[in-house]
Design a protein around this ligand. Structure first.
Ligand code: BV8
Length: 237
């Protein structure tokens, strides 16, 4: 795994599973507890904002008790030690990559700890409940309107920084997918884009995913085991 100069990594909920954060599609996962149309679409938010705000408040609150795991720490080490180009594109809205120390991180589906105001469209760091309290939702720190929403990308919404991601995929000589089911686009299509553009492709996942057949190599196992071993291969040269 040595000799690469430009690595793009895509992470999904599976990299945070060993930190105790629910994934979406495993047994008991988020989509078994909640109807995705109700809590992860703009239509659901328009229909019942407090249900949606409560869903994200619960996940933001749960994040306080969670810590990065060995996989996040290994990617942070790679970020610090790898001399080439590196971009960690995460579908996750948790902050565990950053808390592990990774710097070159791009949240294509937004972040739990960010608030987007639908009046002034400004984003603000946010780590408090967004649901109404005593009948009032909290005010936007910029314009004071009580019109904040979670700064996450819902189904039917455009993921963030797509141009930057496609530019990185064009330049990558290695694309690694970690802990994702390959069920949601456009992220699920990145492996094909990277492969068509000449990159080597590697999947690290607990089980075979919907996209496993697109990868040159697919390794099954827990991220906490597979990722440190892979980072050692890359840094050990
Ligand atoms: C878009 C943020 C247009 C919010 C998420 C009809 C109408 C409208 C849209 C569509 C449509 N048909 C298709 C679409 C597109 C749609 C889509 O793909 N739908 C699917 C369901 C078919 N996509 C969109 O709407 C996207 N936007 O298309 O805009 C556009 C786009 C480009 C250009 C022009 C226009 C926006 C989608 C974003 C939705 N937001 N999250 C939040 O977090 O609440 S999606 C969410 O699910 C994640 O972010 C991720 O993207 C996706 C998949 O989740 P995973 O991370 O993979 O988690 P999952 O549980 O599925 O899998 C976990 C994996 O880990 C498993 O494989 C498991 O085996 C493994 N694992 C578990 N434990 C471990 C492990 N691996 C290793 N170690 C372990 N310990």
């Amino acid at each position: 795994m040595s000799g690469f100069n430009n690595i793009v990594i895509l992470t999904g909920a599976g990299i945070s599973a060993e930190s105790g954060i629910d994934t979406f599609r495993s047994a008991g996962g988020l989509w078994e507890q909640h109807n995705v149309e109700d809590v992860a679409t703009p239509e659901g938010f328009a229909r019942d904002p407090d249900l949606v705000l409560g869903f994200y408040d619960m996940r933001r609150e749960a994040l306080r008790e969670r810590e990065p795991n060995a996989a996040h720490n290994a990617l942070a080490l790679l970020d610090a030690e790898f001399a080439g180009e590196l971009l960690i594109v995460t579908q996750n809205v948790d902050d565990l990559h950053e808390r592990a120390g990774a710097k070159r991180v791009l949240h294509m589906h937004g972040e739990l700890k960010s608030a987007l105001c639908t009046s002034c469209e400004m984003r603000s760091p946010w780590d408090a409940p967004m649901s109404a309290k005593d009948g009032q939702r909290p005010p936007c720190p910029v314009c004071w309107a009580r019109t904040l929403r979670p700064d996450v990308v819902w189904f039917g919404e455009m993921p963030y920084q797509m141009e930057r991601i496609y530019r990185a995929l064009r330049e990558a000589d290695l694309f690694v997918s970690i802990g994702t089911s390959g069920a949601v686009y456009p992220a699920a299509g990145f492996v094909r884009d990277a492969r068509d553009l000449g990159a080597q492709t590697l999947e690290l996942n607990l089980e075979r995913s919907e996209g496993s057949h697109w990868f040159h190599e697919s390794r099954q196992g827990r991220a906490g085991d597979l990722v440190p071993a892979w980072v050692e291969e890359v840094l050990g040269g």
